[in-house]
Design a protein around this ligand. Structure first.
Ligand code: HEM
Length: 282
């Protein structure tokens, strides 16, 4: 991931000692090991006490020491990388500069009705693809993610049916959705770590920012109609936790390199999802 080079990451992390205890092994540890030898003096001086504990845990001399956050598992690392890739307008933990319209604060969006329909159609294609992939798992680990309760394909089907009944023509999927679906299909056959990164980001993004978007768009252009896309059977936080547990379990089998590879795919997930989100503003 080009924007998460070891040194830039190291600097940003040390400017924010409060976040340091969140890292767990693989991605950050590996990179810290490499970079810390170059800049450790400067870094330690900028750390809080908590952060200093983390640094000492990551020096080559004491590689086995446990540190805060590790017990939370790999999902914590995926979340950490994802949150940094938000803009400040999107989420408090975001660090990216706003470059695209969908990266501005949702409260100020000017959603377009036809664009929103396109967004729902393309989102459905992506969820259909993901849900098919886990139903017919090429890699056994994908089977863990069948019937999690987070599935969105059927809910989107109902919503599109509702729009149809209201007299709206449902468009064919457009290029952002087609591109993401094709990418996911190919990735799922050859790169399980990268595929799982997309799986995590797509479902978890929808449960967080996606819901904020749904609420705002409904207020502005749907007369507050609450779509099925934004409703889950059962307790959403419990469903999310069950999936976090499964993701952590699957990732336990991965090497450090495989974990890093998964994390590095996050940027691609933001890019492809961002292109679908942008349809709402088109
Ligand atoms: C307009 C676009 C977006 C907005 C407004 C937004 C906003 C947010 C917010 C407010 C959170 C919750 C932070 C918290 O837990 O305090 C969040 C979490 C998250 N977002 Fe986004 N986001 C957007 C787009 C995306 C995209 C494109 C992705 C990746 C494809 C993504 C991935 C995630 C993930 C993985 C989480 C963590 C969820 C969790 O821990 O349960 N977000 N987002």
């Amino acid at each position: 991931m080009s924007s998460l080079t070891p040194l830039s990451q190291l600097h940003s992390l040390f400017n924010k000692p409060h976040i340091a205890p969140h890292f767990t092994s693989s991605f950050f540890l590996t990179r810290f090991h490499v970079s810390a030898t170059v800049t450790r003096g400067a870094l330690v001086s900028g750390m809080s006490m908590k952060g200093a504990v983390v640094v000492s845990a990551m020096t080559v001399e004491k590689p086995k020491k446990r540190y805060a956050g590790e017990s939370k598992g790999f999902v914590e690392e995926m979340r950490f990388v994802a949150m940094k890739l938000h803009t400040r307008d999107q989420a408090k933990e975001g660090e990216k500069e706003v470059k695209e319209p969908e990266e501005r604060t949702v409260a100020k969006w000017d959603p377009n009705f036809d664009g929103y329909l396109k967004f729902l159609v393309d989102s459905k294609l992506v969820y259909d693809t993901l849900e098919k992939i886990v139903q017919e798992p090429v890699y056994p680990s994908y089977a863990e993610f069948r019937n999690t309760g987070l599935e969105r394909s059927t809910t989107l089907e109902k919503d599109l049916q509702w729009f149809k009944e209201q007299g709206h023509a449902i468009p064919e999927p457009s290029s952002p959705g087609l591109a993401y679906a094709q990418y996911l299909t190919e990735l799922s056959q050859k790169d399980p770590q990268a595929f799982i990164c997309h799986f995590y980001n797509i479902y978890f993004a929808h449960s967080a920012g996606g819901r904020m978007i749904g609420k705002k768009v409904a207020e502005k252009i749907l007369n507050k109609k609450e779509l099925e896309f934004y409703k889950w059977d059962g307790d959403l936080s419990q469903l999310l936790q069950n999936v976090r547990d499964k993701l952590n379990k699957v990732a336990e089998e991965w090497s450090k390199e495989e974990k890093n590879h998964c994390l590095e795919e996050t940027e691609k997930s933001f890019k492809l999802s961002g292109e679908i989100l942008r349809l709402i503003l088109s």
